[in-house]
Structure formats: structure tokens, C-alpha cells
Design a protein around this ligand. Structure first.
Ligand SMILES: [Fe+2]
Length: 134
């Protein structure tokens, strides 16, 4: 099932909410392409990595501008997320430790959904009311 944006996910900063919606769209694109073959999936996973890296920078910049107290812990979490996504791309598309079929692609999509949604709910929402557009 595709991820769906819900108003409860809003942190009240339009540019950050727009980025989060875009990340959800890329993960849904990955899931929708689960039978499109390894090359296609790898390119969507790389697109997700690029977009996440630039989004994390934007989010961290706003945290600094707002004097957000959890900035360092949040940045460490972003770095860990990028590391885990990189490891994911490496094992699934470079080392090819398992075959890429519809079932494994569905597992990958589940991993990516958790990867994003856990962070949105457990960390990003803590910024609500404390970080504003600057
Ligand atoms: Fe974040």
C-alpha cells in the first residue's frame, strides 16, 4: 500500500512539509516499480538518497536558524539514515546478496517506508512549533 500524507505529519513549516511529501512520493514510486527490474529500482533508490540528503540539509539549516535545541541529535539521526540507505543500496544493488524479484522489492519498499515514517513521527514532529520558516 502506498504511503499517504496525513495532516498529523505536518510540522507546520510549508517548505519542510513539501519536502516530506516529495520523499513519500519517491518511496511510492519505488513501490509502484517493484516489478520493473533492478535497474529501475536502483535509480529510484538513488534518487531517494539524493533528495533526502538535500532535504536534510535544508531541515538542519532551519533548525540552526531557529536555535533548535535538538539540532545535533537530529543531525546525527539524519547521518545514520543516509548511512543505512547507502548500505541498503550497496547490499541490494551492488553486492546483490539476494535476487531482486517482486517479493524482495516489496520487502525493500517496506524498509524504506519505515526508514522515513519512523523519523517523521519520532523526530521531525518534535520540531513542531519550535522551528519556523526563516
Ligand atoms: Fe529530520
Amino acid at each position: 500500500m502506498p504511503l499517504e500524507w496525513r495532516d498529523q505529519l505536518s510540522i507546520g513549516v510549508p517548505s519542510i512539509d513539501a519536502d516530506h511529501k516529495q520523499l513519500i512520493a519517491i518511496i511510492n514510486e519505488f513501490e509502484a516499480g517493484s516489478s520493473a527490474g533492478a535497474e529501475r529500482l536502483q535509480s529510484v533508490a538513488r534518487k531517494l538518497f539524493q533528495y533526502a540528503a538535500s532535504h536534510f540539509e535544508r531541515e538542519e539549516r532551519l533548525q540552526v536558524l531557529n536555535g533548535y535545541g535538538r539540532h545535533q541529535a537530529h543531525q546525527a539521526e539524519h547521518n545514520a539514515l543516509l548511512d543505512s540507505l547507502e548500505a541498503f543500496i550497496q547490499s541490494h544493488f551492488i553486492d546483490r546478496t539476494k535476487p531482486i524479484d517482486t517479493a524482495s522489492a516489496a520487502e525493500m519498499a517496506a524498509f524504506l517506508k519505515h526508514w522515513l515514517v519512523d523519523h517523521l513521527i519520532h523526530s521531525d514532529l518534535k520540531m513542531k512549533g519550535l522551528v519556523t520558516e526563516r
